[in-house]
Design a protein around this ligand. Structure first.
Ligand SMILES: [Zn+2]
Ligand SMILES: [Zn+2]
Length: 271
């Protein structure tokens, strides 16, 4: 499995030489058996190589949306493979309560917010609604486990499973329930890699409870348990410079050598 961090920033795209950990919002790709699995469609998705150069060899694309906040969708209507029938694209959309995924996406991709609506996309694009907790199967070898976590409006965690190897993606989550950490440890147990919201320092969280994000102490609790999982800090708060991202997580990374900062453009291989 080859994983690439396409966009690592939370909230809004940023610019500046001091933001080298990432300027584009959430998106991660995993290429597996020639199929591309993309988690979230922040403007980072526009860094996906197939978007830059149409490559018919990579014609199978699966997109998994974690939730419908703008920073996780803003690249979607600009993703070029959606407009080319050289691709077969499945878009997986979690249902939260009575909010159907396609309806949420349609709000963004329709006038007056966008010039055209989803109806212009050809039959090569399929939208699939599911309830978090359901298992998604992709062929015989690949499955994706899903689970609901706490975030305003809800968020879906994904575990991409290929035989004994697995990767967990959970961008945007708050430690607001008594069992959040326990549930997440259970969900990730034996996974090779976890991509996790690390938006706030322990000082910042004090005034930001209810905003839907983890703080560094939450990741201490995870790292304590998930000793064999590579943990990547993700969804960097938009105002944070590289120095702040490094400083906020310094003690965490010193104590747990399996904790790393996700940097946009970096690739990780899981064999
Ligand atoms: Zn977000
Ligand atoms: Zn969010």
């Amino acid at each position: 499995m080859k994983l690439k961090f396409l966009g690592t920033r939370g909230g809004v795209p940023v610019s500046g030489a001091d933001k080298s950990y990432g300027n584009s919002t959430s998106s991660v790709s995993v290429v597996l058996n020639g199929v591309s699995y993309i988690f979230d469609a922040g403007n980072g998705i526009l860094n996906f190589e197939t978007n830059l150069k149409i490559n018919p060899a990579a014609s199978q694309i699966r997109i998994f949306i974690s939730h419908y906040h703008f920073d996780h969708l803003l690249g979607f209507p600009f993703f070029q493979p959606l407009y080319s029938n050289k691709f077969e694209i499945k878009v997986y959309l979690p249902t939260f309560g009575n909010i159907m995924g396609v309806e949420a996406l349609q709000k963004l991709v329709s006038p007056p917010l966008f010039p055209v609506d989803l109806a212009v996309l050809g039959e090569h694009v399929t939208f699939l609604d599911f309830k978090p907790g359901e298992m998604i199967f992709d062929g015989e070898a690949i499955s994706v486990e899903t689970k609901l976590f706490t975030h305003p409006g809800g968020v879906c965690a994904y575990k991409l499973i290929n035989g004994a190897k697995s990767i967990v993606y959970l961008s945007d989550v708050e430690n607001a329930e008594a069992n959040t950490i326990k549930d997440l440890v259970e969900f990730c147990f034996s996974s090779n890699l976890l991509i996790i919201d690390s938006s706030y320092s322990d000082e910042e969280i004090v005034t930001r409870r209810g905003w839907g994000h983890f703080c560094i102490s939450d990741i201490h609790l995870l790292a304590e348990e998930l000793t064999k999982t590579a943990i990547y800090l993700f969804h960097h708060e938009p105002s944070k410079s590289d120095e702040r991202v490094e400083k906020d997580s310094f003690l965490l990374r010193s104590r747990y050598r399996n904790v790393h900062i996700a940097r946009q453009g970096d690739e990780v291989y899981i064999e």
